[in-house]
Design a protein around this ligand. Structure first.
Ligand SMILES: Cc1ncc(COP(=O)(O)O)c(C=O)c1O
Length: 386
């Protein structure tokens, strides 16, 4: 029998870097198969369970008479109305649920389909470095476009220089930030709002996936408080510890939302209705900007973990980016973070090398605080011996 013919991949597939966490996952599985006691601070997937109200709502809505039909790409009209109510209370921004909101199957789907809707081959996409890898690989590369790197440097508070984004087709921003944990000050939001208003050639996408993961009284804003000429992604993954349920929403300028819906309608059929409704029921528990008590409990847990890790790492003489947001701790190791990350792995502590998020991340590591407090304590004790 002749050997099977292996079709060539499309160039864009060959151009994709390996998803950074796939390799890490493989190493972790190997260790776990050997029976090693691995503490995984690599992947940003909450260990805490979703609030009961979320899973109960999901179960209830699975039995809805219309739950088995194809959903719509833009999302259920009642769900969009609830998102508009939440957005008004939480951010003080009024949205038209018919034209300015689209439910997405997680922020990741929204980001990539928005790219499909606007980015042509060879055009440039402004991508921060370091950043969530999907902006560069999932949008620019899969649209046959080029990445224009927007470096986020420690000395600039991990904020980009907007001059460097001039002329790109689409540009991504993300505060509170993954992987640095950085938040943006009011002055930056105003600058970014002005940029949106004065650069109509650039579609500005703000990824607000961590808006609700904040501590010490910090309240993260929406870019829509500063401009209406943008699109913003929101995710339920972190606020309700629900990464596996795949739900979120895009909000913003009407033509951007319409373009996203048009792209989505050829790619997916929308998020399952029961999951949309569980999101809406959860958001309905917000009282203005005040989240339900279950979210406060989650925030308290992550806040305690963050305080523990920040203090322990600083005691080791490492430079930590202190932050009132996200469950990521970004640590400056030196010029090359790989020896530290590899030694940590030998001690069965998984951390992510900063370069996995872009070359400007070289010299840093990211810790995701997705383990119970006592496991983080144990991880810190192991790291102390490096
Ligand atoms: C910055 C950022 N945006 C988006 C996402 C993905 O969100 P979702 O689970 O809603 O697709 C993540 C997940 O880690 C993220 O870190």
């Amino acid at each position: 029998m002749s050997p099977p013919i292996k079709p060539r991949h499309a160039h864009r597939l060959n151009a994709l870097p390996p998803y950074p966490f796939a390799e890490l996952e493989r190493k972790i599985s190997e260790k776990q198969a050997r029976g090693d006691d691995v503490i995984n601070l690599g992947i940003g997937d909450p260990d805490l369970p979703p609030p009961d109200f979320f899973t109960e709502s999901l179960q209830r809505h699975a039995a809805d008479a219309d739950a088995h039909f194809y959903p719509t790409s833009q999302g259920n009209p009642e769900v969009r109305k609830e998102i508009a109510r939440f957005f008004q209370g939480r951010f003080g921004v009024e949205l038209n649920p018919d034209t300015q909101i689209c439910v997405v199957i997680g922020a990741k789907e929204g980001l990539t389909n928005l790219g499909r809707a606007y980015v042509n081959p060879v055009e440039e996409v402004g991508v921060p470095s370091p950043a969530y890898p999907v902006y560069g690989a999932g949008v620019a590369t899969l649209c046959d476009a080029h990445v224009r790197t927007l470096p986020l440097r420690e000395e600039d508070g991990f904020l980009p220089n907007l001059k460097e984004a001039e002329g790109v087709r689409m540009a991504f921003f993300n505060y509170p930030n993954n992987p640095t944990g950085a938040i943006a000050p009011e002055s930056f939001w105003k600058q970014l709002g002005d940029f949106c208003d004065t650069h109509p050639e650039t579609i500005v996408v703000h990824d607000n996936a961590y808006s609700e993961m904040t501590f010490d009284g910090y309240v993260a804003p929406s870019l829509l408080q500063f401009t209406s000429n943008c699109v913003e992604m929101h995710s339920i993954s972190k606020v309700f510890n629900a990464t596996g349920f795949r739900i979120g929403f895009a909000v913003g300028r009407e033509d951007y939302i319409a373009a996203l819906v048009k792209a989505k309608s050829q790619v997916d059929s929308g998020a399952p209705l029961m999951i949309q409704r569980a999101m809406a029921d959860g958001l309905a528990r917000y009282n203005g900007a005040t989240p339900p008590p279950e979210v406060e409990v989650t925030r308290k847990a992550y806040g305690e973990r963050r305080a523990l890790a920040e203090q322990a790492l600083e005691k080791m003489g490492l430079k930590v980016t202190r932050s009132p947001a996200t469950f990521y701790v970004w640590v400056h190791i030196g010029t090359d973070e790989m020896p530290f990350a590899n030694t940590a792995l030998n001690k069965n502590v998984v951390v992510t090398p900063g370069r996995a998020f872009g070359l400007t991340g070289t010299g840093f590591i990211r810790l995701a605080l997705t383990q119970p407090l006592e496991r983080i304590q144990e991880a810190m004790e192991r790291l102390e011996t490096i």
